[in-house]
Design a protein around this ligand. Sequence first.
Ligand SMILES: [Zn+2]
Ligand SMILES: [Zn+2]
Length: 315
Amino acid sequence: MAKETKNSKSTKKEKTIVKVEHNDEKKEKYGLDENRRIVKIEDKGDRKERAKSKRIFAIVLWVLAIACEVFGILRLTDKITWLDKVPFVIGAIVLDLAFFIPGSLLWKKANHIDPISEKNKVGFWCWNNLGTILSVLAFLPIIIFVLTNKDLDKKDKSIVTIVAVVALLAAGISSYDFNPVSSEQLNDAQKEVIAKIGEDKVYWAKTSKKYHVDPDCPAFSRSEEVYEGTVADAYERNITDPCRRCIDSLEDAEKHAKEEVTEKTGENKVYWTEKGTTYHMDPDCSALANSDKIYEGTVEEAFKAGKVAECKKEQ
Ligand SMILES: [Zn+2]
Ligand SMILES: [Zn+2]
């Protein structure tokens, strides 16, 4: 069973160090859940066609949004006289926004399904952030009409202005693509994966920020479901960074870690805690100061527990 020893060196808190039992069973390597399910992503058809229909739908929604703005302006200028002016104009701005944002989200999605080339930098930026550019057209004119309107009293004018400015900001920010991808980036990523494993096949979990080439990557140690698809499938879900650890091969990473630890400390012994993915060479590392329970074991045991990252403070 696990032995407990007290460690009362420089850190204030008393810690319990739990020695991990040696377990050589290969099937338990890296502590992966054997019931883990690998879910294959369905092929939803031609990417260009799917992106195209999303783009068309996005443009239709943007046109409807701008039509709402036009009705708002017509009511403001008494070209139409339906309902009370202020509620009508506010309603028009809210509807404008309600059409505009889904349009932009579709547009961004389409660009992740079928990315364009980044050779033309300006064109690339404008294409990916077309929603942000159009948000000016969808909200700024009505703001100008409100501010220059002579019939509205001060209070109504400021209420309508605030609503329109907030709508402009919401539309502009939600339409901006903070992680745009290019066809070149996708191509390189596909090449890298194929060079590594011979086919375009990667894995990710629901909360993954990176895609993996190894379905047994320790990053999945807590995942019940792992998704399998192409690099393009991962890109479509905004997962655009490779896990360096499994692209560079886990076996190699473990070997290097073991060599490094042995060289630096004179023995194959590291420490870790329940949380996170980091192992430490120093049991008194400041990153461990707040942990009541610290595990001690070899690099292999640390990797098995999913602790595959070297402590940044000790590098
Ligand atoms: Zn990985
Ligand atoms: Zn450390």
